[in-house]
Write a protein that binds this ligand. Structure first.
Ligand code: OAD
Length: 244
């Protein structure tokens, strides 16, 4: 188990901290992770529900899963871990959050520089005219799926499906931060989805420190992690903050 005081001292000494987050940080907000026995991909085969080809060929079926996910996101509030990252930004240490999550909870918690690598489920986008509308409780009740008010085409959450590229601007901003930070927090991600999972390796190759928080070890843990904390993000992050 890592030493919280040591990591707090490292943050004070090095200054420029970035957090790279995954579904584990939102598990504490009641949003299921993707992998693992309780994960979303146990219930829904991602090739049938999260691939862009599946969405295009059968939006009605995919929207059954999206409706459930939308409800969970709209009901969720930030966890103590989200708030700890917001506090870390207010104290001037945390310069950016790069998140793979699409729930928008880092913004809700008060972080201002959030790079949403896989998009944001709180917005819907029209695949024909690109009009964006906010996700609301009403819109998700529309059957068989929500449509664009302008051109009547199907709306899709503004998130990256399998088979789609990462938004260019987010990729550029994430790489910029990976090339600037001195300390990278890697929080609640299994580290198996690329290109996002490249980010900690880029950071490590520059000699910056990797601090990882996860309930189970990941491919990063034995290869590039300098300080590993086994436990929930909501338990560990506030403890580090206490020393800052
Ligand atoms: P995963 O579901 O793959 O991994 C979640 C990680 O969080 C695991 O390593 C868990 O051990 C850990 N974990 C669970 N509860 C935790 C807690 N309370 N505190 C800390 N860690 C905890 O989620 P991601 O790595 O985020 O992509 O998945 C990456 C991408 O795969 C997602 O962005 C999504 C998915 O397919 C797209 O939708 C494009």
């Amino acid at each position: 188990m890592g030493d919280v005081k040591k990591v707090a001292d490292l943050i004070k000494e090095k200054g420029y901290v970035v957090a790279f987050t995954g579904a584990g940080i939102s598990a504490d907000s009641g949003i299921p992770t993707f992998r693992g026995s309780q994960g979303l991909w146990e219930k829904y085969d991602p090739m049938e529900y999260a691939h862009i080809r599946a969405f295009n060929s059968n939006p009605e079926k995919v929207w059954m899963m999206l409706r459930e996910m939308s409800q969970v996101i709209l009901d969720a509030s930030p966890s103590p871990a989200h708030y700890a990252l917001s506090e870390l930004e207010k104290k001037g240490f945390l310069k950016a959050v790069i998140t793979q999550n699409v729930d928008g909870l880092h913004y809700v918690a008060g972080n201002t520089k959030v790079i949403e690598y896989h998009g944001n489920h709180r917005w819907l986008v029209c695949l024909s005219c690109s009009k964006r509308v906010p996700l609301t409780r009403d819109i998700i009740t529309v059957l068989p799926y929500p449509r664009c008010e302008k051109c009547n085409n199907v709306l899709k959450p503004d998130v990256v499906f399998f088979g789609e590229g990462i938004p260019m601007l987010e990729m550029i901003r994430a790489n910029e931060e990976a090339n600037k930070c001195n300390v990278l927090f890697v929080i609640g991600t299994s580290g198996v989805v690329y290109p996002a999972a490249e980010i900690p390796y880029i950071v490590k190759s520059r000699g910056a420190a990797i601090v990882e928080i996860n309930t189970t070890p990941t491919p990063f843990t034995s290869s590039i992690t300098d300080y590993y904390f086994e436990g929930t993000a909501s338990d560990i992050l506030p403890k580090i903050l206490e020393h800052l």
